[in-house]
Design a protein around this ligand. Structure first.
Ligand SMILES: [Cu+2]
Length: 344
């Protein structure tokens, strides 16, 4: 905790020196407190998900959370700066500064920035990558906007003298070449790691489903269970999977290119003639969502919906029984029948 606290304080002083104070406003403290609060929320959530607060997890919480982030964020600086601003008669900026820090910092949970609430393990990882990239972009954006406004105000035209005619500044140019490169490298690194993880295939999936796309519907076959389901011609077909099992979707098409997409999985995959695509999905909670074809594949593309339903394992077994009893067995589906049904 002491080590973490010292490192956190050092990091704060470093940023304090680096970041400008546009118009005398404490930008550095603001960014530090808001980002610190977000990081702490994220860290505590991750630790809570990893297991009970004992042993190494507890040590990690004390070092990184209480120590580092505790030393990093500084509410004493917030108070002192607010009082200094108030004394200087700048009431509006003071209130804005306090409100923005506490509101943003108090969000606790990072917003999803437009992504659906993920229902699979991969989806959670993809969401985290998206949130991280979005926050990084927001941070860079805020810094750039701040610098633009600051430069416009600080160096506005005051008289007719020529401004400074500096033609080059090697350290500065190196700095603004290195920083974007570093940002790209970091984003690229996180992307590759996440991509490798979410596209990797298990040795031995618990359930295999053969997903067949055609103009314009789907069939879902469970070869190990001898079950195959299709649309009844009136309702979209239903794809049912057990919660907590690794499900392999083997994707194939019998005609043109389609695309398998359940938005809540945060992933979709093209289904291309002659090319076998496979994805592994582990759904983490029960529910029912709408899946669709995400590749324009013809006049009734809009109708290529299916119901994606995740149920507890015993319910899944019962569903398989029901399907067999209803005659939804392998080979019983004729694609032409389904097409006629949909057309009629
Ligand atoms: Cu399609």
């Amino acid at each position: 905790m002491v080590l973490g606290g010292s490192l956190g304080t050092l990091a704060r002083y470093g940023l304090d020196l680096l970041l400008p104070a546009p118009g005398g406003l404490p930008l550095a403290t603001f960014l530090i407190n808001v980002s610190g609060a977000f990081l702490l929320g994220w860290l505590l959530e991750r630790l809570a998900a990893a297991g009970p607060d004992t042993g190494r997890l507890r040590a990690a919480r004390l070092t990184a959370g209480t120590g580092f982030l505790g030393g990093f964020t500084t509410y004493s600086a917030l108070t002192v700066e607010a009082v200094l601003l108030l004394d200087a008669g700048r009431t509006a900026p003071t209130l804005l500064y306090l409100a923005a820090t506490l509101l943003l910092g108090g969000c606790g949970e990072v917003p999803r920035f437009g992504m659906p609430d993920p229902v699979s393990k991969d989806g959670e990882e993809i969401l985290e990558l998206w949130q991280g990239s979005f926050l990084a972009a927001l941070g860079v954006g805020a810094l750039v906007w701040g610098l633009i406004v600051w430069a416009a105000i600080r160096y506005r035209k005051r008289n007719d003298d020529l401004p400074s005619q500096t033609s080059e500044n090697i350290p500065l140019e190196l700095f603004y070449t290195a920083v974007p490169l570093l940002i790209v490298v970091v984003l690229f690194g996180f992307t590759v790691v996440t991509q490798q993880r979410v596209t990797s295939l298990e040795e031995d999936p618990d359930v295999v489903v053969e997903v067949t796309a055609f103009q314009w519907s789907w069939t879902f076959a469970y070869p190990d269970e001898g079950v195959e389901v299709a649309s009844n011609g009136f309702e979209p077909p239903e794809l049912v999977v057990p919660v907590g099992s690794v499900v392999r979707f083997e994707l194939e098409t019998v005609d043109v290119v389609h695309n398998f997409w359940v938005p809540e999985l945060l992933t979709k995959r093209d289904i291309i003639p002659e090319i076998d695509n496979e994805i592994d999905v582990e759904v983490v909670r029960a529910g029912s969502w709408t899946g669709r074809c995400a590749e324009f594949c013809g006049i009734e593309h809009y109708d290529m919906l299916f119901t994606f339903r995740a149920v507890e394992p015993d319910e899944y077994t019962a569903w398989l029984e029901d399907r067999r009893a209803a005659g939804d067995v392998l080979g019983a589906v004729e694609e032409e029948d389904v097409n006629e049904g949909l057309d009629g």
